[in-house]
Design a binder for this molecule. Structure first.
Ligand code: FAD
Length: 449
């Protein structure tokens, strides 16, 4: 048996929820949300760890204090989400070498500006290439020393990559706030959902939200869509909004029948997926400096990205004795493939390099696996500078009754929670427009006949 409704939304992350909310507010209540996992939130995800809840996915509200107000910051204020101002510009003054010495600030600053200069040079060269100019002036210098490698990693892997200027900063401001709330970043999602889904005791009990429904097949035609889930359920609708990540679209989790057109699959394949991993470590006591300007610190190693970027959680949760180290891409994939014991051993080696042999063993470790999660396949999209306008348009454009949404469809804010949130609104509005046109078309054709 199958259920037919007006719109199916695949995925209950930020974009899926915000799209559903806009539809419901516009009278489209005949909708179903199919979510593969056993919870809403997607890449907003908290987990109990060391007596607190920590954020495995999005952790910061990025872009605050600018000329426009970040809608996610507004949601956070409305729900009194607890946040801490976060400033990692100090990290460059806390660079440790492998013998535990802090790199003198003069040297650190010099390496930093050299890295920034070479990043700018790289951008200019790319731009020149893009415009077909042959005026490539000087090749950017290649980072070689452990300090240069560490700074290069921070600039390109930790902070946002290539594309400048970053619209998030220019539109919403350059301040960033760390979410430090036991209810989790996901509180914002529950607040959004509450407005249109039935809840009881803070839980969503609306039967239109269906968890543990992994969409595997999507038939589409002029008459609508038929979706089949892994457990054999069938859902039919006039339209579908697909909010799965670009990593999932690149994988074979969902088969499209007929296959998606070439322009669409090309846009999907071209998009880079970043893997970004926050490893949490809990200690019996603190052994790292905790005063002002110490929240973030860097380990300089000859291998780029090897346990480079560290954060202590004492500002957010005093007395929590938790450290977080961020890995990306190749290092993330490497660590995902090994056991947590092996990862713990590596991390402890790094900490003993920085703080001496007496550092106590961590008593707990948490290693998220975004790359191997078949409902994610990575952390977020990254459009290189070389991605031009049409790529975005193609990523976003509907294919018949299939509408696309999610962080990766946001031209200005891809990679962020606010990008996902705004993309959901955009996609829902585009679909509402289409539904209106369809209706008018029907009226006209019935008048004609
Ligand atoms: P998702 O949240 O991925 O939602 C898609 C949903 O679809 C998921 O729930 C998934 O389970 C479901 N799904 C997938 N396949 C299927 C299927 N076949 N059938 C049914 N359902 C399916 N952003 C920030 O602004 N600040 C940060 O500090 C930040 N840090 C980040 C750190 C990490 C480690 C990660 C992973 C992301 C981070 N982001 C950050 C990015 C931010 O989390 C995302 O941009 C945003 O949450 C994406 O929302 P979405 O709705 O586009 O996708």
């Amino acid at each position: 048996s199958s259920t037919r409704c007006s719109v199916i939304i695949v995925g209950a992350g930020v974009s899926g929820i915000s799209a559903a909310k806009v539809l419901a507010e516009n009278g489209v209540n005949d909708l179903v949300i199919l979510e593969a996992s056993d919870r809403i939130g997607g890449r907003i995800r908290k987990e109990d760890f060391g007596g607190l809840s920590v954020e495995l996915g999005a952790g910061w509200i990025v872009g605050v204090g600018g000329k426009e107000s970040n809608p996610v910051w507004e949601l956070a204020n409305k729900s009194s989400l607890r946040t801490c101002f976060s400033d990692y510009s100090n990290a460059r003054y806390n660079i440790y070498d492998q013998s535990g010495k802090i790199i003198p600030s003069g040297l650190a600053a010099a390496s930093y500006s050299k890295a920034v200069d070479s990043a700018i040079q790289r951008l200019r060269n790319q731009e020149a290439k893009l415009r077909g100019l042959s005026t490539i002036t000087e090749p950017p210098s290649i980072p070689k020393t452990p300090i240069e490698l560490a700074i290069d990693f921070i600039l390109h892997d930790f902070e946002m990559p290539e594309a400048e200027p970053i619209s998030t900063y220019t539109d919403f401001g350059e301040r960033e706030f760390l979410v430090a709330d036991e209810r989790g970043y996901e509180l914002l999602l529950y607040k959004l959902a509450e407005d249109f889904l039935l809840t009881s005791d803070g839980k969503i009990v609306d039967s239109r939200l269906k968890l543990n429904k992994v969409v595997r097949e999507l038939h589409h035609s002029r008459n609508g869509v038929i979706l089949t889930t892994e457990d054999g359920s069938i859902f039919e609708a006039n339209y579908v909004i697909l909010s799965v990540s670009v990593g999932v679209l690149q994988s074979d989790l969902i088969s499209f029948r007929p296959p998606l057109p070439k322009w669409k699959t090309e846009a999907i394949t071209k998009c880079d997926v970043i893997v970004y991993t926050k490893i949490f470590l809990k200690f019996p006591y603190k052994f790292w400096p905790c005063g002002p300007g110490t929240e973030f610190f860097i380990y300089a190693h000859e291998r780029r990205g090897y346990y480079t970027f560290w954060q202590h959680m004492e500002n957010a949760y005093p007395g929590s004795n938790i450290l977080v180290v961020t890995l990306t891409n190749g290092e993330s994939k490497r660590v995902e493939a090994q056991t947590d014991e092996e990862t713990l051993k590596e991390a402890m080696g790094v900490l003993r390099d920085m703080f001496g042999p007496d550092v106590p063993d961590a008593i707990e470790i948490l290693v998220p696996r975004w790359w191997n999660n078949r409902f994610q396949r990575g952390s977020y999209s990254n459009y290189s500078l070389l991605a031009n306008q049409p790529d975005f348009a193609d990523m976003k454009a509907p294919v018949g009754p299939i509408f696309f949404t999610g962080e990766h469809t946001s031209e200005k804010y891809s990679g962020y929670v606010h990008g996902a949130y705004l993309s959901g609104i955009d996609t829902a509005n585009a679909l509402l427009e289409e539904m209106k046109n369809e209706k008018e078309g029907d009226k006209e054709s019935s008048l004609e006949s």
